[in-house]
Design a protein. Structure first.
Ligand SMILES: CC(C)(COP(=O)(O)OP(=O)(O)OC[C@H]1O[C@@H](n2cnc3c(N)ncnc32)[C@H](O)[C@@H]1OP(=O)(O)O)[C@@H](O)C(=O)NCCC(=O)NCCS
Length: 167
């Protein structure tokens, strides 16, 4: 691992995963997934066109400190995705942060979310991260049942401030 330079590599991009009991498979994302990711992002409340998502995805996939995993079922139907990145903060050390996770409405409660998070956790172990963290909007009630069931503990409540960087 080259933590001192380009950041950790993303080993999970290498191969396809195995199917879970619901027949869901995990695999690394590619630029061709932009449309499916965009559609699911709309469900999450972040509407973005496929072109915009494709451009972001290309930049993200070119980085070694990023992980983007796709869950699919049937004949390659995308039913979920997860994005995580690895960063190191002076006060908290090296950690993997889950920055996006969504499972299609019709595919929830079948273990898809759990599989995606377990993949991110495996990556965290590989890159020797100290923790896996995730921030989730207080109004996403299902996620506040989901993460504790996977062993995550709520550690603080924050207010997110935002200011436009471009004038
Ligand atoms: C949160 C989310 C990713 C969970 O995905 P999922 O595939 O349905 O989750 P899983 O089937 O792996 O659930 C694992 C466990 O979490 C808990 N859980 C998940 N959803 C739950 C819900 N709606 N109510 C209560 N418990 C829930 C259960 O303990 C479940 O195990 P069980 O089904 O055996 O009881 C999904 O609901 C989602 O995409 N929500 C909208 C987007 C979102 O909130 N993303 C997270 C933002 S960071």
């Amino acid at each position: 691992m080259r933590r001192d330079r380009a950041g950790p590599r993303a080993p999970s991009r290498r191969g396809a995963g195995t199917a879970n009991a619901s027949g869901v498979r995990l695999r690394a994302a590619s630029a061709g997934d932009a449309e499916s990711i965009a559609a699911l992002s709309g469900e999450l409340g972040y509407p973005a066109g496929p072109g915009t998502v494709r451009a972001r995805l290309r930049r993200i996939l070119a980085r070694e400190d990023q992980l983007v995993i796709i869950a699919e079922h049937g004949r390659g139907r995308v039913c979920g995705w997860l994005q995580a990145h690895c960063n190191e903060a002076l006060e908290s050390g090296l950690r993997v942060e889950i920055v996006g996770l969504i499972v299609a409405k019709g595919m929830r409660r079948r273990g898809v979310g759990r599989c995606l998070v377990e993949r991110a956790e495996a990556w965290a172990r590989e890159v020797a991260a100290e923790t896996v963290v995730v921030r989730s909007n207080a109004r996403r009630l299902e996620s506040h049942a989901f993460y504790p069931s996977l062993g995550y503990q709520a550690t603080k409540t924050q207010v997110v401030y935002r200011k436009r960087a471009q004038t």
